[in-house]
Design a protein around this ligand. Structure first.
Ligand code: ADP
Ligand code: XUL
Length: 532
């Protein structure tokens, strides 16, 4: 057996590990510690503390730390800990951890005779961490964008307009509502840099990938953006960790993990990143133009970019990619749930829905649906409502095709700011097993689509980064394409080529869709809605 590489993923509901052995090309270990069930004393539901205000979503950072002990204790029985060469990780993006003056010493002197929770229980200046599901900072977003010259200027500077869940607006709210504890805060970490600090046994940098999800980093230079810092809270710069490229090693792992869990004392650790940047690696998207589309509860579109471009409409995000390049992330709320609404409205199962797609022509004879079954993020539609153009509500097959074509055309239109059409798409998520949907995807985007089966692409991406980082630290210049090729491959034989005749039809239909969307979405409301 060769060296082992651990990829961790501190996500909303669980802490997971994927361990790879590049020599054999195998994933040798997988495990996941669910917070609610394994650590019930923290009282979380789906990893989140209950709140009477639905806009507030916090989690206890000590719970994530305690989960590390549980995970390593279990992992020691499943792998040879002495063979681990490097550890890297992923954190849920945007969440922030507030540390007091005792944190650095506690991290540097972790005692293996006590638990991590015991070692670190006293280091927080704020016992809970606002996480990405928190949407309580609308006022702070407006204030920050005002100070930075508006939405477009904020996106241009930091990679995204100010979003409620992003770290800067969350820090501003903490400063405004609890100035006393803000004053006592010596360091503000992301979930990723906090967990990486525990593994390293010392404070470590925030990487450029996750740093981009804060509304605080200059997206082009990878430095803290001084106007954004000033717009957020006083004295912020000295409270933030340094920023660093994603392939930065943080040195050897903490002795805590060596003495307690038998890790090799030579084992290295890396800066962590956000789950979306790591997923880019876990999905093997390391070439310009390669795009991932996840058809899950929502649909998400994420593209790998060589050059930094930002969305002037503020709909999409730009993060750093762990390769040192960039990635986009665009979230469409009306994904699987919209497809299910149509399926159920006409009493179909997925096979009936797929048959309807197969029996209808590309372009649907010009019939169009705007599928805002629930409020939409992209384009911004606050009041839900479904609108049909040249489409009869009783046309069963026409409605099935219309919802899928609408979703694919919206992705095409709202990713245009990236400056290039995808050269290939890796499709993931529950609905990617539906070939009829993937055919429409290939035809609308005019490029091949491959199906990708992944379990935890963020943890796998982190493990691949650990391997890459270890090779780099031993003086080699590893090629990302070779790194991902062994572990992040599409399902063999799943390639779907676009049909040129169908693609030509969509060139026109996209323009019609754009006009229909402008009519409705431009107002922020779906207007007269026809209930599904
Ligand atoms: P999540 O965002 O929760 O991770 P998943 O990626 O697991 O979601 O996707 C779940 C969704 O996949 C379900 O909501 C369902 O609508 C959809 N789905 C499952 N099978 C099919 C199918 N054959 N055709 C279309 N959609 C499907
Ligand atoms: C991305 C986002 C989520 C979290 C989930 O902007 O908020 O995808 O990263 O962990």
């Amino acid at each position: 057996m060769g060296h082992l590489y651990i990829g961790l993923d501190a996500s909303t509901q669980s802490l997971s590990a994927v361990v790879i052995d590049p020599e054999s090309g195998e994933t040798v270990y997988r495990d996941s510690v669910g917070y609610d069930r394994t650590l019930p004393a923290y009282g979380t539901v789906n990893g989140v503390l209950q709140s009477s205000d639905p806009q507030i979503a916090h989690a206890p950072p000590l719970m994530w730390v305690e989960a590390l002990d549980v995970l390593f204790e279990r992992m020691r029985a499943g792998i040879d800990p002495g063979a681990v060469a490097c550890i890297c990780g992923s954190g849920q993006q945007h969440g922030s951890v507030y540390l007091n003056a005792s944190a650095t010493e506690a991290l540097c002197e972790l005692s293996p005779s006590r638990s991590l929770a015991d070692n670190l229980g006293g280091i927080f200046s704020r016992p809970t961490s606002p996480i990405w599901m928190d949407s309580s900072t609308g006022e702070e977003c407006a204030e920050i964008m005002d100070a930075l010259g508006g939405m477009r200027a904020t996106a241009e500077a930091t990679g995204s307009r100010a979003f409620e869940r992003f770290t800067g607006p969350q820090i501003r709210k903490f400063y405004k509502t609890d100035p006393e504890n803000y004053r006592k805060t010596q360091r503000i970490d992301l979930v990723s840099s906090f967990m990486a600090s525990v593994i390293a046994g010392q404070p470590v940098p925030v990487d450029h990938g996750d740093g981009a999800g804060m509304n605080l980093m200059d997206i082009r230079t990878g430095q803290w953006h001084s106007d954004a810092l000033n717009a957020t809270a006083p004295g912020l710069k000295r409270r933030l960790p340094p920023l660093a490229p994603s392939d930065t090693s943080t040195g050897r792992v903490s002795r805590y993990f060596v003495e307690k869990y038998g890790l090799n004392p030579e084992a290295r650790a890396m800066v962590w990143s956000g789950d979306n940047p790591n997923s880019i690696i876990g999905l093997g998207l390391v070439n310009a133009g390669m795009t991932g589309i996840s058809l899950g509860t929502s649909d998400t579109y994420f593209g790998f970019m060589k050059e930094c471009r930002t969305d002037p409409d503020g709909e999409g995000h730009v993060f750093g990619a762990p390769t040192g390049d960039y990635m986009s992330l665009i979230v469409f709320q009306n994904g699987s749930l919209a497809r299910e609404k149509v399926r159920d409205r006409y009493g179909l199962g997925w096979s009936g829905f797929s048959r309807a797609l197969e029996q209808t022509p590309a372009g649907n004879n010009g019939k169009i649906m705007l599928p805002y079954f629930s409020p939409e993020i992209v384009p911004r539609v606050c009041e839900p409502g479904v609108r049909r153009f040249d489409l009869d509500e009783n046309d069963v097959a026409g409605n099935c095709r219309a919802v899928v074509e609408a979703q694919m055309m919206a992705m095409r239109i709202h990713s245009q700011w990236m400056g290039r059409r995808p050269s290939g798409i890796y499709a993931t998520g529950g609905a990617s097993e539906n070939e009829a949907i993937l055919r429409i995807m290939a035809d609308v985007h005019g490029c091949p689509v491959y199906r990708f089966e992944v379990t935890n692409s963020a943890a796998l991406g982190a493990a691949l980064r650990a391997w890459h980082g270890h090779l780099k630290s031993t003086g080699r210049d590893p090629d990302w394409e070779k790194i991902v090729a062994r572990f992040a491959e599409p399902v063999p034989g799943s390639k779907l080529e676009p049909d040129p005749a169908a693609s030509a039809i969509y060139e026109n239909l996209v323009e019609k869709y754009r006009r229909c969307e402008r009519d409705v979405a431009g107002t922020g409301q779906a207007g007269k809605s026809v209930s599904p």
